[in-house]
Design a protein around this ligand. Structure first.
Ligand code: ZN
Length: 196
């Protein structure tokens, strides 16, 4: 559910058992302290395992983190980095840029190394966030945090700074924001931003 709180966009999540005579998990979770225990678990033992080197090749989700047979219809949407991010946000903490910045840098370096339809590309970085410049179209796409608003009218101060400074420094006609989350699910979107 979406809502507005002064000038902030907000969202509410309701948790309910999917059957009227469900197992009662949602009632259990709704009890004082129970939901907190789940958040502790996500940031504790689960999060520690997900951040292990042995799991570093998992770009979205896998059977070693949050995929299971029961959530098989949602596999393409699941993302362990976002799970840690949302846990931090629910507790009033900051978004976890540390989970996305080095990951996005490596991803963009790989994209450029492997080539993208023979387009001439260059790597760029602003405030730690990495991007790709298409030398043919003079456009760039920067991978930022997936939960940042990407429409220019809604840019936050960091997004505006990235976009404006890159335009000036490299004489670019357009700088779009996207994310590793989007690229891993729909790489065409990135291509369209660079070429469109
Ligand atoms: Zn995984």
């Amino acid at each position: 559910m979406n809502g507005r709180h002064s000038d902030m966009k907000t969202a509410k999540i309701f948790i309910a058992d999917s059957h009227a005579n469900g197992a009662g998990y949602s009632v259990q979770i709704g009890q004082r302290g129970e939901f907190e225990k789940i958040l502790n678990e996500i940031e504790g033992s689960f999060g520690i395992n997900w951040l292990e080197d042995s799991h570093s090749n998992c770009s979205t989700s896998c059977p070693d983190c949050i995929r299971s047979y029961n959530n098989r219809n949602l596999h393409s949407l699941l993302d362990w980095r976002l799970a840690l991010d949302l846990t931090s946000a629910i507790r009033g903490g900051a978004l976890r840029s540390d989970l996305w910045m080095p990951f996005s840098q490596k991803l963009i370096q790989d994209i450029i190394q492997n080539g993208l339809l023979g387009i001439e590309l260059a790597y760029v970085e602003k405030l730690g966030w990495p991007g790709i410049i298409s030398k043919d179209t003079n456009k760039a796409v920067v991978f930022v945090h997936p939960l940042w608003l990407k429409e220019e009218d809604y840019f936050g101060p960091t997004a505006s700074e990235i976009s404006e400074e890159l335009k000036i420094e490299y004489g670019l006609q357009k700088v779009s924001l996207s994310s590793a989350f989007t690229y891993n699910r729909n790489p065409n979107k990135i291509l369209m931003e660079l070429l469109g």
